[in-house]
Design a protein around this ligand. Structure first.
Ligand code: GLY
Length: 417
């Protein structure tokens, strides 16, 4: 099987490494990729958001399977263009990707499906922000209602900070979404979805704030671990039954059936799971940890969704133990990250590239906010954390920062429902 992965982050590097472990995968390509993906696949400098360009590339390399990593090409209809060209693709149509691209669509689907989620209000005029804030908080949840890769969210007990973010989003040209705050530990549950067929992967937890102890602004994600030792037995099945299956069925009923990876971001409160958000693709960085524990060949799994045979797939097999991923971020991330710094030690096992490229001198240099992530695996969370941080120690990048407490609260038994 010749596979093409669209995207350039750590998630895509993890997808490529997973596909590389599948003996049925004979050739790997990435577009546009990064310095790390170039070591496992052939990188192609095409516009990942252009259906025409991706179809042309897929034809040129004779791709048997195209896997679309990020949300932007999905929302732009790249999966539709591939399907129209008769090419097998892992990723939903633009219409189905609205589950992430349009918060209003997602809320409407959830309301029809009877799925618990936060109360929400969209505000489009700065003059209306104050009155709307009075109807929420504290704590205030203020979201950029465009595709903002997690960074457009401010969760704060400080009304002025909530107001400043809301006004900045509106002045930037997007509506702002105010939501009621869902208390309780968060879970990322990735589900393979093919119409009404839903197969969950292992549950994971992201760490969205930039600093230890969940301090500082939100980021795209600074680290994650899987599985979740504190999650009660049966909770994954309950999320599938009460949340993901009803949403998948509602989308089919609306004529926008989902095919790909439906990512349910949930808060587990006293009454059970509530949806914080849905995403139409694998999450980053949770994917790096989740795929590290997947034993079933990845090409077989993604191909079953792309070819409409998910219902016939054997139950997924997983390696025992835990996996932890820690992100190394560039100076000033999540603000405007500094780029162009030389990275050393990033060619080792367990290192996944995101914002990296090769400069003219052949060095690997930073080219984005989240630069690399490292994955550790172990018999338990403590061992997985230890391996991840040992691997991180071997990497140098001037001005970089990372969280030192990924998975620590779970390891210490401090997460309670
Ligand atoms: N882990 C956050 C995201 O992928 O959006």
């Amino acid at each position: 099987m010749r596979a093409l992965v669209i995207g350039s982050g750590g998630r895509e590097h993890a997808l490529l490494l997973g596909l590389d472990r599948d003996p049925s995968v004979t050739e790997l390509h990435a577009a546009p990729g990064n310095a790390g993906t170039a070591t496992v696949a052939t990188n192609h400098a095409v516009d990942a958001n252009s259906g025409d360009a991706v179809v042309a590339l897929a034809r040129e390399i004779g791709a048997d399977l195209v896997v679309i990593g990020p949300e932007v090409p999905l929302v732009h209809g790249v999966a539709d263009a591939l399907r129209e060209a008769g090419i097998a693709v892992f990723g939903p149509s633009a219409a189905a990707a609205q589950i992430e691209g349009s918060k209003a669509f997602a809320k409407d689907v959830m309301a029809s499906a009877g799925v618990a989620t936060a109360r929400a209000e969209s505000v489009t005029a700065a003059a209306d922000v104050d009155a709307a804030l009075d109807r929420f908080g504290p704590t205030w949840v203020v979201k950029d209602d465009g595709l903002a890769a997690g960074k457009g969210v401010v969760v704060t007990p400080d009304r002025d900070a909530a107001r400043d973010h809301a006004v900045a989003v509106i002045e930037g040209g997007n509506p702002v979404l105010l939501e009621s705050f869902l208390d309780g530990p968060e879970v990322s549950l990735f589900c393979l979805v093919d119409g009404e067929t839903v197969v969950p992967l292992l549950p994971a937890q992201d760490h969205k704030r930039v600093g230890d102890g969940d301090e500082g602004p939100n980021t795209g994600g600074m680290g994650a671990y899987t599985p979740l030792p504190w999650l009660p037995d049966g909770m994954v099945d309950r999320i599938v039954t009460d949340v993901v299956e009803p949403v998948a069925a509602e989308m089919v009923a609306r004529g926008v059936g989902f095919s790909g990876l439906l990512y349910a971001g949930l808060a587990i409160g006293p009454d059970g799971p509530s949806v914080v958000e849905f995403n139409c693709r694998f999450g980053d960085p949770e994917t790096q940890a989740v795929l590290d524990l997947l034993e079933t060949p990845l090409g077989e799994v993604l191909g079953a969704v792309a070819n409409g045979t998910l219902a016939e797939l054997e139950p997924l097999r997983w390696f025992d133990g835990s996996a932890v991923v820690v992100v190394l971020a560039a100076h000033s991330y999540p603000g405007t990250p500094r780029t162009g710094d030389v990275i050393t030690g990033a060619d080792s096992e367990g290192v996944l590239h995101a914002g990296t490229k090769n400069n003219d001198a052949g060095d690997v240099v930073s080219s984005g906010g989240r630069v690399v992530s490292v994955v550790g695996r172990g018999a338990d969370l403590a061992q997985a954390r230890a391996q991840a941080y040992r691997r991180l120690d071997a990497i140098t990048l001037d001005g970089a920062h990372f969280r030192s407490d990924i998975g620590k609260a779970a390891e210490d038994g401090r997460i309670r429902l």
